[in-house]
Design a protein. Structure first.
Length: 131
């Protein structure tokens, strides 16, 4: 499952090849939290509609369920008060873990979250090579 950080870098040199490989293999999934983040950043109605259509076509999806919420809160407790990460990242990583998916990203938060949740953390490009 991809995070917003991977989506935003999918066309970057060094990231494009992996993105296309996973897309061609039907191995890219999305959750409602990522879809909302992406759609909320749309510049206009046409971009919003294009994003909604494109994201809806991805299968499988990783829904945010009550179990995902519980797993996200457990990860929060496990990381302790010193690990203040964005709430959305907890939900994204937990939604992926509940489906047995890894997280494709470009955000160090997912290394911590995936370690706690037991799923794979996969950088879309080596850390520090993009931006």
């Amino acid at each position: 499952m991809f995070d917003t950080s991977a989506w935003l870098r999918q066309r970057a040199p060094g990231a494009r090849e992996l993105w296309l490989e996973l897309l061609d293999a039907d191995r890219l999934a999305v959750c409602p939290v990522v879809a909302l983040e992406l759609c909320a950043a749309a510049r206009d109605e046409a971009e919003l509609m294009g994003l909604e259509d494109g994201l809806a076509s991805l299968t499988p999806q990783a829904p945010v369920t009550e179990g995902v919420g519980a797993a996200a809160r457990a990860a929060l407790r496990s990381l302790g008060a010193s690990r203040r990460l964005p709430a959305a990242d907890y939900l994204i990583a937990a939604a992926a873990a509940q489906r047995g998916f890894g997280v494709l990203h470009y955000d160090r938060h997912f290394d911590l979250l995936c370690e706690v949740l037991g799923n794979q953390s996969l950088w879309i490009a080596p850390r520090g090579t993009l931006d």
